[in-house]
Design a protein around this ligand. Structure first.
Ligand SMILES: Cc1cc2nc3c(=O)[nH]c(=O)nc-3n(C[C@H](O)[C@H](O)[C@H](O)COP(=O)(O)OP(=O)(O)OC[C@H]3O[C@@H](n4cnc5c(N)ncnc54)[C@H](O)[C@@H]3O)c2cc1C
Length: 407
């Protein structure tokens, strides 16, 4: 769909990407691949990745200084929407989370030595990575509250802690670990981000956590991980000591645009399946499903909601492009909870329109319904973003909620 935000780049790229996704990836949406382990599909996706490289469509997120097209975040968001219409799109084009966030992080903040060792093979898709911040014993919604420590011992850090929901740890070559290095500092200056290769003694992948009946493996997994006296060189520090939260914020601003545009891509596909069902399901009473007003309501509501969300997200992406992620914080909060909720509604309607078929793994809808409930929790639960947005608005009206008194 041509948007208000179309550019020469998007006009040239999107039809090519759309065609690839539809012809090469949609046929893989069978129950073998949608319900089995991700490793079942990884081999064929590796072949598709080679095709993407041959077509010159790999690394679309890279800046010009990295040999890429230098797409703006607003342009890349539109690419992300098209890739997301298949569960395999982002992985096949090398733009999948958490690697895309780690690539951005290493590109901007890692030393040349770390970039050579970890960033280059990551960009080429030869290795994978993970981001290890959330802990089972501490509320992730308050990220200054971490139990994992990294204590300096000579020219090494010794890391101890327990993490979970370290997505894609299974088979990853390294983890970016958030650990407390400066316990006496102010809360937001206590933690640092450190690279831990997963073959470091003391790194243990305890389990791939089963989520809604599906533990999967490989890239599509979420692991519990322990760090027990893991020793890594102090050179594995990203940025400076105490910069962990700042780096996490830098990573999350653009990351939330990626997620939101991915959700819009999923919602758009669910909408398409719902409309196809509406015109093809004969209700046996001389009417098709689409003759029913309830269904017309789902279609109209979904169309308006997806379009509104796309405009909001691309406006936010443009704000980040023009003013930085820090300055677009309110807009980012707004889209994070608003788009996640829209996705849940549209997927639910599309499943309902398919009746029992919507629940089967013959269609991609149930896969997304299982996997995308998480949208309202990760990268900040809905309530955290709503609270942050409302507080900021109230402050403009003279009420500082944090202080509990009028300013
Ligand atoms: C699929 C998935 C993938 C993930 N991938 C990663 C990853 O790769 N790396 C990583 O480090 N982490 C990852 N996470 C973890 C994620 O970032 C955390 O789950 C999230 O930050 C919430 O933390 P928590 O689960 O500890 O919930 P808690 O902090 O315990 O919060 C529980 C609930 O309390 C409510 N709540 C929280 N704060 C407030 C508030 N201020 N006001 C009102 N209500 C509130 C919310 O409803 C929230 O859902 C992933 C999570 C999921 C589900």
């Amino acid at each position: 769909m041509e948007t208000l935000f179309a550019t020469d780049h998007t006009r040239a790229l999107l039809p090519r990407i759309r065609e690839f996704v539809q012809t090469e990836l949609y046929p893989l949406e069978t129950s073998d691949y949608l319900t089995g382990k991700f490793s079942n599909v990884a081999k064929i996706l590796d072949e598709k990745r080679e095709l993407v490289k041959k077509l010159g469509l790999w690394g679309l997120q890279w800046g010009e200084d990295e040999g890429g097209l230098g797409l703006t975040l607003c342009e890349f968001g539109q690419v992300s929407e098209v890739l997301a219409s298949s569960p395999f799109g982002h992985y096949t084009f090398g733009t999948q989370a958490p690697d895309i966030g780690n690539m951005e992080l290493l590109h901007r903040f890692a030393s040349p030595g770390l970039q050579h060792r970890f960033l280059e093979p990551l960009k080429e898709g030869r290795i994978r990575s993970c981001f290890s911040m959330t802990e089972p014993d501490f509320a992730g919604s308050n990220p200054v509250n971490l139990g994992t420590t990294a204590v300096r011992d000579g020219d090494e850090y010794v890391i101890n802690g327990r993490k979970w929901f370290t997505s894609s740890a299974d088979g990853a070559t390294f983890a970016v670990v958030m650990a407390v290095t400066n316990p006496e500092a102010a809360p937001h200056r206590r933690a640092s981000q450190i690279i831990v290769p997963t073959d470091t003694p003391g790194f243990t992948l305890v389990r791939n956590i089963s989520i809604m009946g599906d533990a999967s493996d490989h890239w599509a997994s979420h692991a519990e991980v322990t760090y027990e006296n893991c020793r890594v060189p102090i050179d594995n520090l990203i940025g400076a000591e105490g910069m962990g939260f700042q780096l996490a914020q830098e990573r999350l601003g653009p990351g939330r645009i990626h997620h939101c545009m991915r959700w819009i891509g999923i919602a758009e596909r669910a909408f398409d399946l719902m409309c196809r069902r509406a015109v093809s399901r004969d209700m046996g009473d001389g009417q098709m499903l689409g003759h029913k007003q309830f269904v017309q309501g789902w279609i109209a509501d979904s169309r308006a909601e997806i379009d509104a969300c796309r405009l909001l997200v691309l406006r936010t992406a443009r704000s980040i492009d023009e003013r930085s992620a820090a300055n677009a914080r309110n807009e980012v909060s707004e889209i994070k909870f608003y788009v996640a909720a829209m996705l849940g509604r549209v997927l639910d309607r599309a499943i309902q329109a398919h009746g029992a078929a919507g629940l089967t793994d013959d269609l991609v809808l149930s896969f997304w319904f299982r996997h995308e409930r998480a949208a309202r929790i990760y990268d900040g639960a809905d309530e955290v973003h709503k609270t942050a947005l409302a507080r900021s608005i109230l402050k403009e009206y003279g009420l500082d909620v944090r202080k509990g008194v009028k300013v």
